[in-house]
Design a protein around this ligand. Structure first.
Ligand SMILES: O=C(O)CCC(=O)C(=O)O
Ligand SMILES: [Fe+2]
Length: 329
């Protein structure tokens, strides 16, 4: 898989100062990055005052890569302390970055959280966790995290995913594959645009996995005015229930996504912004260190108001009883 330069949006020093000072002020005022309604309100107010440069850097993805990297923000490696041993104990580790991500997310749309994931936090900590090495979740390490749409099981899933790198000593790559680079014949596209199979909730959602309702069947591909979009998570798609021709088309999509996949090695301070309708992302396997110096990302999810990138029928889905919490809608 080629390590390709992702489109880079380099922040200038003035913009970096503006963002970090704003975040520091908010954090000092609230004492914690835990996203209480008052903090989210303050973030929303502050975001409207951010300068034109930030707004420009936070514009939608504008290439078929379906992603970009914001670079230039500082990470205080010593000040951040050890990499948390799991999201549950992360607390206010690198809390200033939680606020920076919320500001960036707010400049792009509405940050969202899930009641059922990481205790409803708006910014998740992605770290390898003992006992979870082989899962298909962000807490895994020794297995390939296969390409997926984030929260593919849910109609309220993010339009944009922000992954900020705090630490990545072993240069472990995030993978990304854009549906806009995939070549499929018209029959495959037609087949995969039909709602044939459901996408079940992933292991990060304990409650949703025991939801009693009938799983809705969903389209994997969807055509929009600006090009195709996708909703894809093979690890949670019961492919054995589909007819052979559908499975074959799905396999060809998988092979194409593999062909166009790129490896993005995030450096501390990088914020990878992925369009969750155009790009599936994953991560290569790695050996966890479990010594406080492990790879450490922070993740925020964004809904973009008014975006029309998905089938209207998604509005009827139950979302397995999971509610997305939307900040300042
Ligand atoms: O660890 C990564 O690079 C990506 C993990 C992931 O899939 C996620 O955080 O949603
Ligand atoms: Fe993910």
């Amino acid at each position: 898989m080629p390590t390709e330069a992702a489109p880079l949006r380099q922040l200038d020093p003035h913009t970096v100062d503006e963002l970090t000072h704003t975040a520091r002020k908010i954090l000092t005022h609230f004492g914690s990055s835990a996203a209480r309604p008052e903090l989210l309100r303050r973030v929303a107010e502050s975001a409207t005052r951010l300068g034109e440069a930030i707004r420009h850097h936070c514009r939608p993805v504008d290439t078929d890569d379906g992603l970009f990297v914001l670079r230039g923000l500082p990470v205080d490696d010593d000040g951040n302390g050890p990499t948390p041993a799991g999201w549950a104990t992360a607390g206010d580790s690198a809390a200033e970055w939680d606020v920076i991500l919320l500001l960036l997310a707010t400049a792009m749309g509405h940050p969202i959280a899930w009641e059922g994931q990481q205790e409803g936090r708006f910014v998740h900590n992605i770290v390898p966790a003992p006992g979870h090495e082989e899962e298909q979740t962000g807490a895994s390490s020794t297995v390939l995290l296969s390409p997926h749409t984030e929260d593919a099981f849910h109609p309220g899933r993010a339009h944009l995913l922000l992954l900020a790198c705090m630490r990545n000593h072993d240069a472990v790559a995030t993978t990304a594959a854009s549906v806009r680079k995939v070549r499929l014949d018209a029959d495959d596209v037609a087949l995969l645009s039909r709602p044939v199979l459901p996408i079940l909730p992933d292991d990060a959602y304990a409650e949703a996995r025991s939801f009693a309702g009938e799983p809705p069947r969903v389209s994997v591909l969807w055509q929009t005015e600006s090009g195709p979009t996708l909703r894809y998570d093979p690890a949670y798609t019961p492919l054995d229930r589909a007819p052979a021709d559908y499975r074959a088309a799905y396999d060809r999509l998988t092979a194409e996504l593999e062909r166009v996949s790129v490896a993005v090695v995030l450096e501390p301070g990088d914020v990878l912004v992925v369009d969750n309708d155009q790009v599936v992302h994953g991560r290569v396997p790695f050996e966890p260190r479990y010594d406080g110096t492990d790879r450490w990302l922070k993740r925020a999810s964004v809904r973009v108001p008014g975006r029309r990138s998905r089938p209207l029928s998604e509005a009827d889905e139950h979302g397995y009883g999971q509610a997305a919490l939307v900040a300042h809608p």
